[in-house]
Design a protein around this ligand. Sequence first.
Ligand SMILES: [Zn+2]
Ligand SMILES: [Zn+2]
Length: 270
Amino acid sequence: MITIDSHIHTDLSSDCSIPMEVMADAAVSHNLTDICITDHMDYEFPSKEYPFVFDMSRYMKNITPLQTKHKLDLNIRTGVELGLKPSVEPQIKALLNDYSFDFVIGSIHLVNNTDPYQPAYWASFSSEKDAVLAFFEQTLSCLESLHSYFDSLAHLDYAIRYTPSGITAYSFHDYCDIIDAILKKCIETEKSLEVNTSAYYRLTNNTPHPNEEVLKRYYELGGEYLTIGSDAHRPEHLGAHFRQCGDLLKKIGFRSYTVYQKRKPVMYDL
Ligand SMILES: [Zn+2]
Ligand SMILES: [Zn+2]
């Protein structure tokens, strides 16, 4: 059973208004045994309203007393969700030099410096398929150049959330070459693939990010490391759909999931 949530936001993230202590209390009431708080650090994010950067010293100051308070009922690990793009490598390097984390998530939220969340992203391509393909290409390129900075590649098919048609189901075969290249690179560089359960509550096609076909392919290729995260921005989403996600992973053939402690993978039974 999955009782550890490795992808959680708090009010240090530009798109979340829930204080860290409220998320921690809610994690206990959701019967989680362990969480990692991974707020957004997207250096040079192209929005003044949502800068997606925060003061890491404040994070560390907030989390230490919370770890003490929950010593007996919840293990609270330190983490960060890094927005990846090649131009921010110096800032990423400095952050990881200045602070030590249990877990670092690598996320692609921008292609050509535009978030697929924005309609302008889709308008710049002649088809949805080309726009999704460009997202995967950007993912591979960031994985190749920045893999040494993070532990798990988050929400591999993030762009699919925001298709203008609203169609969020896609076939692995439409993108098999690029997805294969991404999965093989993850395996070769010993990165985890994140299973992000937010797709269960954000989308309507009953799947995590990435979808079942991609997870099956990762398994076929010999992928072993999977981190699990709800990507909760609200207390009610903590540990969301973990049972369903565990059943899916076991059906595919996986037997364990991965949790990072001081940047080292530890395996837990599903
Ligand atoms: Zn993200
Ligand atoms: Zn997130």
